[in-house]
Design a protein around this ligand. Structure first.
Ligand SMILES: [Zn+2]
Ligand SMILES: [Zn+2]
Length: 385
């Protein structure tokens, strides 16, 4: 079969000493400090085989993620920008849906023909964090499209325990091709959902919500805030195209953060009370968190979803005086997150389909990722089958 393969050179930066674990496993904990000169190419890759607990999935739609872009763009020394767990060469792509074409002999919950979406976080279920209910912090984590082959490919074999049926989405949309595209939006949406609800405990209906950054994670957060009954949703995003998409999925107010002072806008919109729930989805917390901090309602929450390998100036006294909280979040597994997002989409209360702004064939996936660097699209979809 064909797949979008990323190859890169293991060449730790002079100031980064890989741990024994990194050397043993060949996995980089901080990818941006180790992987150099990435090469992206759609090429032949061995056909995946389904083991006894696996299903073989024909990939129907796979979204381009911000992290894919951070494998394509490098710093001046040629290192990838993605700061997370990685092992190369592998096939990229982790936001996908597809159809089951083969099932392993131990698989009970799926059959050939089922439409599914799949968790990107491949948790073990056996380590202490997993057993304590924290699969996103699994000690033996593998990540589809980061450490093991992903879904910018014709086929992928995955353990059936990571698969969720999207037939309810197909019923809502009627059209299978559309349902696969919308189903492929589940993964980024679950990342926002996990951060906002399981991690931060959500907000009350009527609360004022700010979203910084309207890439696909921010756009999903806007849709979810609307579905959860936010009183006002204010969005700060530099791209005019993305500001338009933000309005389509539920933003009440959109601003270019270079043209306004976000904290002043929020204080005005809330008549001096501040915003209750702040979502960082821009990956620029050194710029966004200081603005949130100046617009904290009493008992406000700040939720960090965007990734950024840098320190952030925070004046903790403000968090004390405003009785406010800061939440870190990663991943999307556990807590009923996948089925709940699928239910919301199937009910029609969450419709993120307007954010799909471009479509590519598998052979043109490198172009799709190159296009994503312009940061003007909502979600770019690759359609391998
Ligand atoms: Zn992603
Ligand atoms: Zn585990």
């Amino acid at each position: 079969m064909k797949g979008l393969v990323l190859d890169a050179k293991w060449d730790p930066k002079p100031d980064y000493k890989p741990s024994d674990w990194e050397k043993e496993t060949g996995k980089a904990v901080t990818g941006s400090s180790i992987w150099r000169h990435p090469k992206l190419e759609v090429r032949d890759w061995p056909d995946p085989k389904a083991g006894p607990n696996d299903v073989l999935v024909a990939v129907k739609a796979c979204g381009v993620c911000g992290s894919d872009m951070h494998f394509y763009v490098t710093d001046r020394e040629g290192y990838i920008l993605y700061p997370g767990l990685t092992k190369f060469p592998t096939i990229l792509g982790h936001e996908f849906s597809g159809q089951v074409v083969e099932v392993g002999k131990e698989v009970k919950n799926l059959k050939v023909g089922d439409m599914v979406t799949v968790e990107e976080m491949q948790w073990c279920g056996r380590c202490t964090p997993c057993r304590n209910g924290f699969p996103n912090h699994c000690e033996n984590l593998e990540e589809l499209g980061f450490t093991i082959p992903g879904a910018f490919a014709n086929y992928i074999a995955v353990d059936s325990k990571f698969c969720w049926k999207i037939d309810a989405i197909a019923e809502r949309f009627g059209d299978q091709a559309r349902a696969f595209e919308v189903g492929a939006l589940t993964e980024p949406t679950t990342v926002s959902y996990n951060a906002m609800f399981p991690r931060a405990g959500g907000f009350k209906p009527g609360h004022f919500v700010s979203v910084f950054g309207a890439g696909s994670i921010g756009l999903a957060a806007i849709g979810l805030s609307r579905a959860a009954g936010a009183g006002k949703i204010a969005v700060f995003e530099v791209s005019p195209q993305r500001r338009e998409l933000a309005k389509k999925v539920g933003a009440d107010y959109v601003y270019d953060p270079r043209e306004v002072k976000a904290s002043e806008v929020m204080m005005e919109l809330s008549h001096g009370e501040g915003f209750d729930f702040h979502i960082e989805a821009a990956g620029a917390p050194h710029l966004t968190v200081p603005e949130m901090e100046k617009a904290l309602a009493v008992n406000a929450k700040v939720v960090q979803i965007g990734r950024a390998a840098q320190r952030v100036p925070m004046y903790l006294e403000t968090f004390q005086v405003r009785g406010s909280q800061f939440f870190g979040a990663q991943g999307h597994s556990g807590n009923g997150t996948f089925p709940n997002v699928i239910r919301l989409v199937a009910s029609g209360r969450l419709d993120l389909s307007p954010i799909i702004t471009a479509r590519y064939n598998l052979a043109d996936t490198v172009d799709a990722i190159a296009r994503s660097t312009t940061r003007t699209d909502g979600k770019i979809m690759v359609k391998p089958n």
